[in-house]
Design a protein. Sequence first.
Length: 248
Amino acid sequence: MTYSIALAGKGGTGKTTTAGMLVKYLVERGKTPVLAVDADANANLNEVLGLEEGETLGDAREDMKTGVSPGMTKDVYMEMKLQEAIVESKGFDLIVMGRPEGSGCYCAANTLLTQYLEKLMNNYRCLVIDNEAGMEHISRLTTNNIDVLLVVSDATRRGLQAANRIVELADALKLNIARKVVMVNRTREGQSEALDEALSQYNLDFIGTVPEDSEVQQFDLEGRPTVELPNENGAVQAAYRIFDKIAQ
Ligand SMILES: Nc1ncnc2c1ncn2[C@@H]1O[C@H](COP(=O)(O)OP(=O)(O)OP(=O)(O)O)[C@@H](O)[C@H]1O
Ligand SMILES: [Mg+2]
């Protein structure tokens, strides 16, 4: 059984950074192979993972509408395209969804894409899905069960409110998610009391905080992959304590 963790949250809270740390954690714990799925139309998980951007599944779908060579069936072609879109690394692979089809698209290409993606996922021990802000992308993956929805909030009241809305929306949509948890990223010293107070307004499964960290920022600025952060880094250690609570 594939263990899947999907990230969600308001814009810029640290979903992609956290996804990178989670992939690093799972690989180090030997929970391999891991498939990292970039479900953000504005894909950048590859940078955090230190990988080149490959062809996206959206590209594959568009190609399939137009470019299937004679003598090749659509499903053989799709399987080939899907294989091409997988970027391989040590202990983990990356697949980039790319631009989504307009909502309500039931075209054959989309159906095939979903089928192959599901088949592909079964080859992995763990799945880490980095989403864009909002929930649409999660509903695209409902056919596959999600074990943990990890909502990343910033240390603000409005951030927590947004996190709470995401959890409520996931509840309302009756998405197939076993556990919905919230973490707070980029906390600063002296905030814990106010944060506890703000958290007490909501009935959230809160699993910890990650501090604001200058090295994380420095890596980002210099274009160095998050997965290369040293394990002594305070943010990495805090994130790992959170992952200990959700990883199986
Ligand atoms: N703990 C941290 N300490 C310092 N900087 C951080 C921390 N976590 C994330 N950042 C920085 O915050 C910025 C936003 O992070 P990230 O891209 O991971 O957010 P996101 O939620 O994926 O954003 P988007 O909604 O645009 O996809 C980045 O510059 C990242 O380096
Ligand atoms: Mg992101």
